[in-house]
Design a protein around this ligand. Sequence first.
Ligand SMILES: [Zn+2]
Length: 306
Amino acid sequence: MPAIALSQLAISVRRERLSRPEQTLVPILLLLYLALAEVYATPVVLSFRPGLEPACLHCKEAGKSHVLSQIQIESGKTINKVFASLTPNEYGRVAPNLEAIHLAQGQLLYRAGDACRSAWFLLSGLVSVAAVTEKGETMDVGMIGVEGTAGILAALEDWRAPFTATVEIGGDALQISAHALRDEFNQNGQLHNTFLRYTAFIYQQIAQSALCSRFHHAEQRLCRFLLAIADRVESHTIPLSHERLSQMIGAQRPRVTMVLDALETQKHIRLARGKISILDREGVAAHACDCYRVIQAAMAHYLAHL
Ligand SMILES: [Zn+2]
């Protein structure tokens, strides 16, 4: 997996928008940033703290806020795996077309049937992919985290989204227009290859979800989701309500609450308002269906071939 040539990352900061202390920090932080990239040759990502205004890595639009204090330099943290698979040349072509944004929890990225106008390389957080009935009933069929790209079908000309994508857990992302994504995809380079592999992984998620909803009961599905979400966000705490979890696994909320209460009684999890903490991962895994292991193995296979 080639390390990204971070020195190619173009950063545009309007000095007039910065306070005096921030103006002093600009060159220091940028030099430190480039030094880290050169010395460690490991993924380094500029990210933005949750709750702050979105800002650009390479802004071409007037009126965008560029506040340097929003930028945090983090060395060695996970970067989007699709993005990290790009060669330096590809990165150089793609980087000027990216906008770093914060995706808020609950934000709708696109509905089923929408034209695919943008895609998002996730840097943190979690996006759920849901199938929707004509009556508006939904069931989650996949998750997208730092391993993937939301809106991948934007790489295809005149394509409409087959699913609805919603931000389940807020985080940062690099947004790219469909046009810019298609330009790079049509180069038939590493992005093209990675997208094909990622699409295969998404297919497997969807197939396994169909099987899971047919053969596995709510407790198994719920435990699978808890483990999978914890893996994706790399945290034992999952900021989701019972209501949202019931929608994700396609079960009634009282049923979900009953299962969660039982898991808490067994001290596998701890419940708090709007969040669930996994205390005993093995205990939760013992109640999950095998779909968790299957999808986990599929993701490991996908990542190993980037
Ligand atoms: Zn299952």
